[in-house]
Design a protein around this ligand. Structure first.
Ligand SMILES: C[S@@+](CC[C@H](N)C(=O)[O-])C[C@H]1O[C@@H](n2cnc3c(N)ncnc32)[C@H](O)[C@@H]1O
Length: 212
């Protein structure tokens, strides 16, 4: 049984300062794909192995998963990938702001924890502060990909992103939330959902030129 952690608990409010990008990867000049809530990291292990011209960073709030993912990454000698333990809602803003030259060209948030109860919704990882932080720190044209099997979560993410005015849909006529996955590999949750035959809602956004 999978354990959720409460990202708002006092323990997870501690700011876990993330290492600078030049300490994470062998080749720091490559663009970075950031995956928020990467769980056991299989998607990123596949992506990094197949895509040597990008660096990949997975953030995950459950430390045991990060330890296991890192062990596998090291075992397979994958040097364009790093997994870090943190609460993205606490630690990501300073990390994004620390870049001299902006490098994060893709952010993905895939099948985030749903937190259905009204009083728990503030635990959802994609909130207005996270959107603002990405908008403030990432360049025009950088991409934001979201997917989930839960329509209510999709609608909330879309509302958070689109009400910010900082992101435009990559395909303006795509309002169905059922585009093809732009990546050649699936996440763990995505594989499970596909096996169950459940719908998947997806959207790809581009950072526009709106100034904060
Ligand atoms: C439902 S799982 C999906 C995992 C993976 N993206 C996938 O599609 O298989 C959501 C993941 O996000 C992590 N998570 C939730 N809140 C987080 C936060 N604030 N910072 C970092 N990770 C978080 C959870 O621990 C969990 O592993």
């Amino acid at each position: 049984m999978r354990q959720h952690v409460n990202p708002l608990s006092r323990f997870f409010q501690l700011d876990n300062e993330l290492p600078k990008a030049n300490k994470l990867f062998d080749n720091c000049d490559l663009p970075i794909h950031l995956d928020i809530g990467c769980a056991r990291g299989r998607f990123l292990l596949d992506m990094a192995s197949a895509t040597p011209m990008w660096n990949f960073l997975g953030l995950e709030i459950r430390e045991s998963l990060v330890i296991a993912s890192e062990m596998e990454r090291i075992q397979f000698n994958i040097n364009n990938l790093k997994f870090l333990f943190c609460n993205a809602n606490v630690s990501l803003d300073a990390w994004l702001a620390s870049f001299e030259k902006r490098k994060v060209e893709m952010v993905s948030i895939q099948f985030p924890d749903p937190w259905f109860k009204l009083r728990h919704r503030k635990r959802r990882v994609l909130n207005s502060s996270l959107v603002l932080s990405m908008a403030r720190n990432l360049d025009e044209g950088s991409k934001l990909f979201i997917q989930t099997d839960i329509l209510e979560v999709m609608e909330d993410m879309v509302q958070q992103i689109e009400s910010s005015q900082f992101y435009d849909k990559a395909l303006e006529d795509n309002f169905s939330f059922t585009m093809e996955n732009p990546f050649p590999f699936c996440t763990e949750r995505e594989i499970y959902v596909q096996k169950k035959g459940l719908p998947i809602y997806r959207q790809l956004y581009l950072r526009n030129s709106e100034i904060e």
